[in-house]
Ligand binder design. Structure first.
Ligand code: PMP
Ligand code: GLN
Length: 379
C-alpha cells in the first residue's frame, strides 16, 4: 500500500524487531530489545504447570479472572494506598500495549490532540493516528525530565490526553515529586484533559522511589494507569498486563476491549492470581539495581559515557568520543563489527533528533553482560 492509502504511512517494522533480527543474523549479543534472558521464577513455572491441569482453558470473564482482579486490587492498595473496586476499576489486558490501544480508542476522538513526550516508546502514536486524533510531540529536556512550562502552553481546549511514561523507556528517568505536582496542577487546570500514565517499570527503580499516579487522589480520577506483568515477573512473552481507571472511563474502555480481544489468556490469569499471593514485586528494584551496577562497572573503562539510569532496565550511553556516525549507522556497525546489539535513540524521537546516544538493556544474566562489556571495552 502506498503513502496515500496507508492509514499508518510513517510506520514500518519496529526497531526492536529489526535489531533483534540483526543480532540473531550476526550471532551478536542482544542488548537491544528489552527482555530478560534469564529463567523465570521456578515457583511461577510450577504454578503454570499446576494450573494447566485445572479447568482454566475456556474464556475468562471479559474484564479478567475475578481472583486475579482481587489480587491486583490488593497489590494496588498495599503498594500505593489506593482502594480500587476489582470489577469496575481494573481491566486485565493482553499486555500494556493492548491496554494503551484500548484506552486511546475509547477515550480520544477524531480531531482531538494527544500530547506525547519525546523520546517515547513506540506504541503511543499509532493508536492516536488510527482514531483520527493528532499526536503532538513535545521534547523532554536534555536530562529527560518533562518541560512543564512548554506542556502547559501546549494544552488547548482540543487537548484530550497527555501520555507520560514513568519510569521512562528509553532514558531510565524517574519523575520527581515536583514533576508529579506540576502534572497535577496542569490536569486540575484543564478539566477536559485526561492522563495516560504508562507505569510498566513501576517496580524497577533504584535510588529514587517511583511515585505512581495511583497514589495521587486528586488526579487518579482522570487517569488511566498501565501496568505489565511482563516487566514485573520477567514474562514479556506472556503478554499480560492491566489498567486501572475510574468506572466512568472504564465503561468506555471495556467497550473497546471486548471487541479487540474480548478476554485475556485464561491459564496465564489463573497462574498469576496464585503467584501474586506468594510473591513480592517490591524486591524487583534491588534485583535490577545489582544488574545496572554490574553493567555500569563492567563498561566504566570503555569510551562510552554513561548517563544516569534511575529506573527501568535500560542504560543510555553516549558514543560521541568514539564516532561521529549517526546513531542508526553506529548501532548497525556495533552489531556487524563488534557483535553487540543496542537501540539507537533517534528512533524514539518523532523528528529523529540524533544525540549520539544508544540504549542498552541490562536485563540479562551476568555472563551475557560480562561478554558484552568485554566487546564494548575494546571499541
Ligand atoms: N510501555 C513501555 C514503556 C514499554 O517499554 C513496553 C514494553 N516493551 C510496553 C509499554 C509494552 O508492554 P507489554 O509487553 O506488556 O505490552
Ligand atoms: N519494550 C521493549 C523495548 O523497549 C520492546 C518490546 C517490543 O519489541 N515490542 O525494547
Amino acid at each position: 500500500m502506498n503513502e496515500q492509502t496507508s492509514k499508518l504511512p510513517k510506520v514500518g517494522t519496529t526497531i526492536f524487531t529489526v535489531m533483534s533480527k540483526m543480532a540473531a543474523d550476526h550471532g551478536a549479543i542482544n542488548l537491544s530489545q528489552g527482555f530478560p534472558n534469564f529463567p523465570v521464577d521456578s515457583v511461577l513455572q510450577d504454578l503454570l504447570a499446576e494450573k494447566a491441569k485445572e479447568q482454566v482453558h475456556q474464556y475468562a470473564p471479559m474484564a479478567g479472572n475475578p481472583e486475579l482482579l482481587n489480587e491486583i486490587s490488593k497489590l494496588t492498595e498495599q503498594q500505593y494506598g489506593r482502594v480500587t473496586h476489582p470489577s469496575s476499576e481494573i481491566l486485565v489486558t493482553a499486555g500494556a500495549t493492548q491496554a494503551i490501544f484500548a484506552a486511546i480508542q475509547a477515550l480520544v476522538r477524531s480531531g482531538e490532540e494527544v500530547l506525547i513526550l519525546d523520546p517515547c516508546y513506540d506504541c503511543y502514536e499509532s493508536p492516536v493516528v488510527l482514531t483520527g486524533a493528532i499526536p503532538v510531540h513535545l521534547p523532554l529536556k536534555d536530562d529527560f525530565s518533562p518541560d512543564w512550562e512548554l506542556i502547559d502552553q501546549k494544552v488547548s481546549p482540543r487537548t484530550r490526553l497527555i501520555i507520560i511514561n514513568n519510569p521512562h523507556n528509553p532514558s531510565g528517568k524517574v519523575l520527581d515529586e515536583q514533576d508529579i505536582d506540576r502534572l497535577e496542577s496542569i490536569l486540575i487546570k484543564h478539566p477536559h484533559l485526561l492522563l495516560l500514565s504508562d507505569e510498566v517499570y513501576e517496580y524497577i527503580t533504584f535510588e529514587k522511589k517511583h511515585i505512581s499516579i495511583n497514589s495521587r487522589p486528586k488526579i487518579r480520577e482522570k487517569s488511566i494507569i498501565i501496568s505489565s506483568f511482563g516487566k514485573t515477573f520477567h514474562i514479556t512473552g506472556w503478554k499480560i498486563g492491566y489498567l486501572i481507571a475510574p468506572e466512568t472511563l472504564m465503561i468506555e474502555i471495556k467497550k473497546v476491549h471486548q471487541f479487540l480481544v474480548f478476554c485475556v489468556n485464561s491459564p496465564a490469569q489463573a497462574t498469576l492470581a496464585a503467584y501474586l499471593k506468594v510473591t513480592d514485586a517490591s524486591l524487583l528494584g534491588s534485583f535490577y539495581q545489582q544488574k545496572r551496577d554490574t553493567f555500569r562497572k563492567l563498561i566504566a573503562s570503555s569510551r562510552f559515557e554513561l548517563l544516569p539510569s534511575e529506573g527501568s532496565y535500560f542504560q543510555l550511553a553516549s558514543y560521541s568520543k568514539i564516532s561521529e556516525e549517526n546513531d542508526v549507522d553506529f548501532c548497525k556497525n556495533l552489531v556487524t563489527q563488534h557483535g553487540v546489539a543496542a537501540i539507537p535513540l533517534s528512533v524514539f524521537n518523532d523528528d529523529h533528533l540524533d544525540r549520539k546516544l544508544i540504549r542498552f538493556c541490562f536485563a540479562k544474566d551476568d555472563q551475557t553482560l560480562t561478554q558484552a562489556a568485554e566487546r564494548l571495552c575494546k571499541i
